[in-house]
Design a binder for this molecule. Sequence first.
Ligand SMILES: Nc1ncnc2c1ncn2[C@@H]1O[C@H](COP(=O)(O)OP(=O)(O)O)[C@@H](O)[C@H]1O
Ligand SMILES: [Mg+2]
Length: 322
Amino acid sequence: MIKVEGLTKRYARNVAVNNISFEVEKGQIVGFLGPNGAGKTTTMRVLTCFLPPTDGRAEVAGFDVIEKPMEVKRRIGYLPETPPVYPEMEVVEYVEFVGRLKGVPKNELTRRVDEVCDRCNVGDVKTRLIGKLSKGYRQRVGLASAIIHNPDVLILDEPTAGLDPEQRKETLGLIKELAGEHTIILSTHILPEVEQTCEKVIIISRGKLVATDTMANLNSRLRGAELVSVEVEGRSGSLNRDSVQQRLEQIPGVSKVTYREARQDRLLFHVESMQGKTVRPDIARCIVQADWNLIELHTAGLSLEEIFLQLTSSDKPTGGAQ
Ligand SMILES: Nc1ncnc2c1ncn2[C@@H]1O[C@H](COP(=O)(O)OP(=O)(O)O)[C@@H](O)[C@H]1O
Ligand SMILES: [Mg+2]
């Protein structure tokens, strides 16, 4: 439903989004996780056709954001970081107004407004002025207006920012209910929110993609301590991928082995260790004993646990960030 390929967005001097790629399947609810300044809002603005990419491409429901922006916008409901709700308008007026902008047919508008207001639990404040509502209610009005034209895709930028814990829970519950009908990307810098709400997570940091995985895989990975990249070559001709994988899996302390790719006659694997285990010496020994050539063996960047530590430690309010 959403496809992003090599997306890069440069502002005058800095690169906000640096060559990221990911896909989101229909009906999925995906968490877009990263600290302040990671590039979440920028990516979402590209997806919603508010910003052109500097490089790479993005498509929504098969339509390119540059070539077919009208088609994309028709299929997207967007809740920006600061929803542009007008304080002097009544809830129902505002949602209707957005509905007209989004081209909801006139004869369906009233029914549709009632529907989305009920859906987003703002039915009881329909005639109240938006400016008089609590932040939680205002956010739900934003959600109601984002789904007024029944879009395939919902892009929600930090939908829980500034809410108290009770309101957060309510808003996330509502978003979860909307999944299935809609494909949803929601951004946040709070890991537990993703864990509670999403099936899949895309993590970015400083404009770069650091991980994309299902929540289930991520949880098991979180228990792993080290991610090691291993490149193996056969001494005499080609190598059997399964036999290398099995050997690696048998090493004590290894929790998971993933085949990555073949490079000529060489095979590349990622090996994850259990918490607190150092497996590199055993991997080297195993490869040599099997009479294969060990081409490369190194720690493949950070484990997810380290990534999360990094994410949360840079998650302090910084004066300059807006
Ligand atoms: N309009 C802009 N002009 C220049 N730099 C920008 C602009 N908007 C965002 N940035 C920069 O791009 C980076 C990513 O920002 P953003 O996408 O807002 O991150 P996030 O939403 O994850 O906090 C940051 O370094 C930010 O300062
Ligand atoms: Mg942002």
